[in-house]
Design a protein around this ligand. Structure first.
Ligand code: DOR
Ligand code: ZN
Length: 338
């Protein structure tokens, strides 16, 4: 095929916020168009922490996606669960997502006492249900991820068969942790491959680049880039695309979250191409996740072409990542291959 066309087979977004109601209607079709499947985060106003909530949220997502072939892999919000609860929810979810209480958007119901999570974590290990973790302490904002590594260390050492995912890693220290723990996986966002703290707060404050974990140093960003470009086997793409209405971003008390879903694949193609690493992009956006999660996503070819386009200033009430920028790759077509 023409080398100006890039075919991605079943690209996956392993960390996605779709929200509810009008926001869900607005953003779900954008991810459903360009990805074969995505892992859906459970931090709704009312956390998704029961099988009934998973089932009804799944239904709302499928409705919002219309005719697109797209699998939403659901997650449960971490709390103390009984074995019966986990066994009955198991078929309906890909994993359980743990938030430290209050660490980010709609996480108040998260964990306050890490000494008390062992019983539920042991059940997840026993039932082979992945545990997805927002790994930040409540310390100094630039040190939060590194400080949380001691919790990851405890999880990895005490639950060696647990399928543990470090979500949206933002530091070189997290990569060093992965080297010591080859059974652990991590997601990496597009924005953590592109930004450092300087982009957020080094000049005029950029609320649309404010997210948790906050973008770190240029050295951290470059270490993440190097790892994904080399096809690091433990790293999966997870956009952490997290839409907030413009009024919640451009205000005093700006919400954390970057809405990157509409630009994710074209911009990834551009970054990988610039590094002369387009051949490792499928490892990052499909293969590692398929292997780690043991999933069979729908067969869907996504065709990207070298075609310039300008990222819209707004999608409805949400300002996307890279708004107003010209991108070199565009989504040309999708094809179901089953
Ligand atoms: O920036 C973020 N926004 N980080 C998260 O962990 C959550 C997300 C959201 O839900 O808005
Ligand atoms: Zn998230």
């Amino acid at each position: 095929m023409d080398n100006s066309i890039l075919t991605l087979q079943s690209p996956l977004d392993m960390h996605l916020h779709l929200r509810e109601q009008e926001m869900l209607q607005l953003v779900a079709p954008l991810s459903a168009r360009s990805f074969a499947a995505a892992v859906i985060m459970p931090n709704l106003l009312q956390p998704v922490d029961s099988l009934a909530a998973v089932t009804s949220y799944h239904k709302a997502i499928v409705n919002a996606c219309g005719a697109e072939l797209f699998t939403p892999y659901m997650t449960l919000f971490f709390r103390d669960y009984s074995k019966d609860e986990l066994m009955s929810a198991r078929e309906a979810v890909l994993g359980v997502k743990l938030y430290p209480a209050g660490i980010t958007t709609q996480s108040e119901a998260g964990v306050r006492d890490f000494d008390a999570i062992g019983t539920t974590v042991a059940l997840l290990e026993e039932l082979d249900i992945p545990l997805l973790v927002h790994g930040e302490s409540n310390g100094f904002v630039m040190d939060r991820e590194t400080e949380f590594l001691q919790v990851y260390e405890w999880l990895a050492n005490n639950f060696p068969k647990l399928r543990l995912v470090m979500e949206h890693i933002s530091t070189a220290a997290a990569l060093r942790f992965l080297e010591r723990h080859p059974q652990v996986a991590a997601t990496v966002t597009l924005h953590h491959l592109m930004l450092s703290l300087d982009d957020v707060a080094g000049g005029l404050l950029q609320p649309h680049l404010f997210c948790k974990p906050i973008a770190k140093t240029p050295q951290d960003r470059d270490a993440l880039r190097q790892a994904v470009f080399q096809g690091h086997p433990q790293l999966m793409f997870g956009s952490d695309s997290a839409p907030h209405p413009r009024h919640a971003k451009e205000c005093c008390g700006c919400a954390a979250g970057i809405f990157s879903a509409p630009v994710a694949l074209p911009m990834l193609a551009q970054l990988f191409e610039e590094a002369d690493c387009l051949d490792t992009l499928p490892i990052f956006v499909t293969e590692n996740a398929v292997r780690f999660y043991k999933i069979e996503p729908p067969a869907k070819n996504v065709y990207l072409g070298r075609q310039k386009w300008c990222v819209p200033e707004l999608y409805g009430m949400v300002r996307p990542f890279l708004a107003g920028n010209e991108l070199r790759w565009n989504l040309l077509d999708v094809e179901t291959t089953d």
